[in-house]
Design a protein around this ligand. Structure first.
Ligand code: NAD
Length: 464
């Protein structure tokens, strides 16, 4: 799998070259810490955690228990006060009790003194109330809840460049505390290395057990079938590999012209290869037939990853350029989902993930076709989520920003360099970063995240 390396990361870190990079006023991206292999029971082993809560918060105690069970060690305030060299890897603040505008000051009181103590690539997470609950909360409480979002996004921009740290928030209504495990583990570990400035809402009901289903053995997707389209290369290949690491049997799909790469990948991850153009009229039937020929094989994880671009200004765009993009990126997904629904081939509790794009959020000149298709997916997952919930399943979208793949390697150098640098971490993401976000949403313990779009973009300025 091709991933373009970023020479500036090495130059900025070099003893001789670092000062030169600084003197030239170039961005100085720092290497991001990333994990390898499947989630471990002690995923946060050795990470030093600071955690505090606003009065009246309902999530801090559960979060502390879960993070310690994952191996994080709690650092006491006294230790920080007495040891000037003590560093913090994870800082969690339970702001679910934030109902008054004056309480926002506690964000500053908690985080400001910690900033000098942060280890490189530290993970900061706020547990927050949801402003969308405005019908049930006072205007002041809604204002306070919304204020947290601005704080998160701004602190993420401050700490991305200086510390390669990320800052995110989870909106946790009281009834959803049981669903914290998957999201907490993702945002407090290096699995979310390229995810920053994001606010994710947890939903009550489906997939939110009274007590978290705590994984003790690696390989959470064992004996589950994952289907990944566009798996021969790029983000699809990285995703297939990542899901296989979690134990899934992966059915890798791509166009016939990519067959040799597809077979090689399937062999490597002990999965299956299916050469199929997903836009062909027969594609949904071919997939359903494949599943029926493999008894017991309903789809547990479905990743609609295949996508194409045909960039051109609308003025010059041909009908074919428009329709090809819409066909691959959108219509094929609807057709496959429709066939799987009709044949009842989505397993109970299935997880579906669509690859959107920040172009679909912010728009991009020359991409009216692509952005329309990727934006449509955001609406699609929000609406289909309700339908799937009745079957105990979830659907979400992942919206990558600039990721180092074959697709972005084709972009002219100047535009590519701008795409790479215009984010809080001053660098492009790796395919693995997108695969980690997909794996997070694919796991059983992420059932409280539904109908949402998770950006994996290093907090790109585009559509921020
Ligand atoms: P890529 O071009 O490297 O890979 C896409 C794969 O999809 C290819 O293997 C291709 O053969 C396959 N494919 C295309 N049409 C198909 C069809 N009709 N049937 C079956 N397979 C088909 O792209 P990528 O960079 O890995 O992107 C993967 C997804 O992520 C796409 O949906 C893309 O729009 C989205 N995305 C990527 C980026 C990025 O920076 N790379 C950013 C935002 C969104």
């Amino acid at each position: 799998m091709v991933t373009t390396s970023d020479p500036l990361i090495g130059l900025a870190a070099g003893h001789l070259t670092g000062p030169l990079v600084r003197a030239l006023g170039l961005p100085r991206p720092r290497a991001l810490r990333r994990e390898t292999g499947p989630y471990r029971g002690d995923e946060l082993h050795g990470r030093r955690l600071v955690l505090a809560a606003m009065p009246g918060g309902h999530a801090g105690q559960s979060a502390r228990g879960l993070l310690q069970a994952l191996g994080a060690s709690l650092v006491m305030e006294t230790e920080l006060a007495s040891d000037a060299t003590a560093r913090v890897d994870i800082a969690v603040f339970d702001a679910t009790g934030c109902r008054e505008v004056a309480s926002l000051a506690q964000l500053r009181t908690f985080f400001a003194p910690l900033l000098r103590r942060l280890a490189p690539c530290a993970k900061l997470l706020l547990l927050a109330p949801c402003p969308l609950d405005a019908a049930r909360i006072s205007p002041e409480a809604a204002a306070a809840a919304q204020g947290i979002e601005g704080f998160v996004r701004s602190l993420a921009k401050e700490l991305g460049r200086s510390h390669a740290a990320t800052v995110n928030a989870l909106q946790v209504p009281a009834a959803t505390v049981g669903g914290l495990l998957g999201p907490l583990r993702f945002f407090c570990s290096s699995r979310s290395a390229y995810v920053s400035g994001r606010i994710l809402r947890l939903e009550a009901g489906l997939g939110v057990p009274a007590a978290p289903d705590f994984p003790t053995v690696p390989g959470r997707l064992r004996e589950r079938l994952a289907v990944v389209t566009g798996a021969a290369r790029g983000l699809g290949a990285a995703t297939a590999e990542r899901l296989a690491e979690e134990g899934a049997r992966v059915l890798c799909i791509d166009v016939p012209s990519a067959e040799s790469h597809l077979r090689e990948l399937a062999r490597r991850i002990q999965g299956d290869a299916l050469s199929l153009d997903i836009t062909s009229a027969a594609a949904p039937t071919v997939l359903c037939d494949w599943l029926r020929q493999h008894p017991g094989m309903a789809v547990d994880v479905l990743v609609h990853n295949a996508g194409i671009t045909r960039d051109r200004s609308l003025f010059k765009m041909s009908e074919a350029e428009w329709s090809q993009v819409l066909a691959v990126n959108l219509q094929a997904i609807l057709a496959i989902d429709g066939a799987l629904d009709q044949a009842d081939l989505l397993a109970p509790g299935a997880r579906e993930i669509c690859l959107s794009s920040i172009s679909g959020i912010a728009g991009n000149a020359g991409q009216t076709n692509y952005a329309a298709s990727k934006s449509a997916l955001i609406g699609y997952v929000a609406a289909r989520s309700t339908l799937l919930a009745s079957r105990g399943a979830t659907i979400n979208a992942v919206a990558p920003g600039f990721i180092e793949t074959d697709m972005t390697r084709q972009i002219p150098w100047f535009i590519r360099e701008a795409g790479r640098r215009l984010n809080a971490l001053s660098q492009g993401g790796q395919p693995r970063d997108v695969a980690e976000a997909v794996a997070f949403l694919a796991l059983p313990e992420s059932g409280a995240v539904r109908g949402q779009t998770l950006r994996v973009c290093g907090q790109a300025l585009m559509g921020a």
